[in-house]
Ligand binder design. Structure first.
Ligand code: F6P
Length: 470
């Protein structure tokens, strides 16, 4: 029987507070189902030589963590991963910068990941690499002789070739992806964007009729695996948390007002500045809501050493201050803006209390908050989801109120439509979305990916690396 080995930049250690975002949720759900090893950076940086790998075992899952040198971390994570790949893959060229030193560090850290992982591997392992920090890892493992099936899943969007080729080393990046046996994306859009790159680099004949990609002797299965949520757990968490002290205090403090709620990492891709401006439009256009709605925005700080994140934080503080300064009353604040995190269950309880869930990223691979909002609702009296049509989740949640997040006026109208939506329509939309969430839940996501890895045909030559790095 094969063992599953998941590799990601950041890992979510038991006992520590949960790592933010969908990756941690997804990997943990896969490993809890099958057992196995989760290998990655433990969140510590050091000035000198990194120490030995640390291991913790909990509930059949082994967590193995490595340290990174502070300088490597700055160049590889803050630099290449988050000031080049992240903006580029989210179509934000303005925020992107290319720096050769950072590229070298990205390559070097991926090599370190491979070197530290190699001694931990067993002959029957299935290896599943996650996200944009570790694209070259597959090549490094192949070059070191790893023959086991290897998959890669991208949690964020993949850009079309016209965007991707802004990157000087785009060809290497594409070749690196072909070192995996299975390459997975969140949506059909991302898959088609990947094909556009493959066609550009290797010609249309590289894409076979069955969707697989042939590069030299290598045959790669490429597919869409939309990440989902654990519907039953989310529902239970939300119901139980409704009676928790934190959620009750928040709910009581509304004094019967409507609640609109957003939960996002503080990231410029989440469209928070545009959302704040849409809310202001809404209060201007529908003044009958002044004093009758509270917008709670939870935005834990993220990537705080990166300049663009410092800037977006300042812009948001100004925007919230402007709206509150203009509309607040002695007993009412229009926006409650919090830069802190809460336990997952508490967040689910708060989402269940909300009449409107607002999820309006300017671009997003999937966005699990949108799915969690739907799963957390009371089906008899559900809140309304306003969702950006530029989030991956919009491909599945077509019964949400879909908006273009840049169009502040339209988002303002959508808030009004959501608040005045009759109960039968709310129920109908919610039931349609819940059905989709159940079909594509988190267990289905990891099962389908692992099955794809298991099916990798042993007779196909997987061994020879396709050279990608410089
Ligand atoms: O959304 C992309 C992503 O990498 C998630 O997969 C992850 O959970 C989240 O960002 C957190 O990012 P970071 O590790 O940079 O805090």
């Amino acid at each position: 029987m094969s063992r599953l080995v998941c590799v990601s930049n950041r890992i979510s250690l038991p006992r520590k507070s949960a790592a933010p975002g969908g990756l941690a949720v997804g990997v943990l759900s896969a490993l809890k189902r099958t057992g196995g090893l989760w290998f990655g950076w433990g969140g510590e940086t050091v000035e000198g030589q990194p120490g030995d790998i640390e291991r913790h075992i909990r509930d059949g899952v082994t967590y193995a963590t490595m340290e990174l040198r502070q300088r490597d971390f700055d160049l590889y994570y803050n630099g290449y991963s988050n000031q080049l790949l992240w903006p580029l893959f989210h179509y934000f060229l303005r925020g992107m910068r290319y720096n050769v030193e950072e590229r070298d560090a990205y390559e070097a850290v991926n090599r370190q990941f491979a070197q530290k992982l190699l001694p931990l591997l067993e002959p029957s392992d299935l290896i599943w690499v996650h996200d944009y920090h570790l694209i070259p890892l597959g090549r490094h493992l192949r070059e070191a002789g790893v023959r086991r099936p290897m998959g890669f899943f991208l949690h964020i969007p993949f850009p079309n070739i016209e965007m991707l080729r802004v990157l000087p080393s785009y060809a290497e990046l594409l070749r690196d992806l072909t070192n995996y046996d299975v390459v997975g994306f969140q949506t059909e859009n991302d898959l088609q964007a990947f094909y556009s790159g493959i066609q550009h680099l290797f010609g249309a004949e590289a894409i076979r009729g069955d969707g697989r990609v042939r590069v030299g002797e290598r045959l790669i299965r490429v597919d869409v695996f939309p990440i989902g949520v654990d519907v039953a757990t989310t529902q239970n968490e939300a119901m139980e948390a409704m009676s928790s002290d934190v959620v009750r205090r928040m709910y009581d403090s509304l004094m019967g007002r409507h609640l609109m709620m957003g939960v996002d990492r503080l990231d410029y891709s989440k469209g928070l500045v545009e959302r704040f401006s849409a809310y202001q439009h809404f209060l201007e256009t529908y003044p009958e809501n002044v004093g009758r709605i509270t917008y709670l925005q939870i935005a834990p700080l993220s990537r705080a050493d990166v300049k663009a994140y410092v800037e977006i934080r300042q812009s948001l503080e100004q925007a919230a201050g402007r709206t509150n300064g203009r509309f607040a009353d002695t007993d009412w604040t229009p926006i409650r803006y919090l830069n802190r995190n809460f336990p997952h269950a508490t967040l689910m309880g708060m989402l269940r209390s909300a009449h409107v869930g607002i999820v309006t990223p300017l671009r997003d691979g999937m966005n699990l908050v949108a799915k969690e909002f739907v799963a957390s609702q009371n089906p008899d009296d559900p809140g309304v989801l306003i969702l950006s049509n530029l989030a991956g989740a919009a491909r599945e949640l077509t019964s949400a109120v879909l908006v273009n997040p840049y169009d502040s006026r339209a988002v303002g109208h959508a808030i009004q439509a959501a608040l005045s939506m009759p109960l039968p329509e709310r129920r109908e939309r919610h039931a349609a979305m819940l059905q989709i969430l159940r079909r594509n839940d988190i267990a289905a996501w990891s099962r389908r990916f692992v099955e794809a890895l298991e099916k990798v045909d042993g007779s196909e030559p997987r061994v020879r690396a396709v050279s990608g790095g410089s």
